[in-house]
Design a protein. Sequence first.
Length: 272
Amino acid sequence: MMLFAIGDLQGCARQLDLLIERVLSLSSDARFIFVGDLVNRGPDSLACLRKLRAMGERAQFVLGNHDLHLLAVAYGIRSASPSDTLDSLLAAPDKDELLAWLRQQPLAIMADDHLIVHAGVLPQWTVQQTLDLADEVATVLRSELWLDFLRDMYGNNPLRWDDTLQGNDRLRCIVNALTRLRFCTAEGEMEFQTKEGLGLTPAGYMPWFEVPNRRSQDTTIVFGHWSTLGLVLQPNVIGLDTGCVWGGQLTALRLCDRALVQVDCPQYQKPG
């Protein structure tokens, strides 16, 4: 069995079909892990979720910030953004089943000795701690309290992890790290304003994966979320958001040998 990690889809269903077809032509027994942001900004989030759900045990997923945003918008907790492209999904007759399936997904997965997250890992966290903290959030999302949590999920504070954090402050900090993190200080204080690449790193901050003595550095981490970085292939870091919805590519990477499969993607413009 060959395991492929796939970067941010963001509702690009046609490119997903093409990519899977190419992967299966190389490895007919391929299985897939998606690094989050399955929906939004692209043309067909509904088709993406239907296809992904139908893949069953052949695919695994971690949640990204756009996936959580979909849940919040669908249940009236957040207003839709002008750039959202979720209307057909929100009007679909199988919406409730798709959203129920979506909120069962984790925020971190360990697979073939790789840690899979959507955005990043704080420098204070070990791999096992990352998995445990992700499971804390997933447990709440799967519980009867999930809507209460979503109502209090948004916000930037606390900006820095502390093991003594409790309640929704603790959960919010975990979610922000796993689904929104790009830059942080050496002490792990997060910065959420900058979305550009490394050439515009804010003063006093660095990419989370460049923090010296990061406690997860002995494990290869696979992430998405950061399209302005493009493809990242470092010994212990793999970044797979290659900007599909922005006119880049949709990327799959075979974890055992880092073989790449990519499809080109036209930039999507939401109809005005």
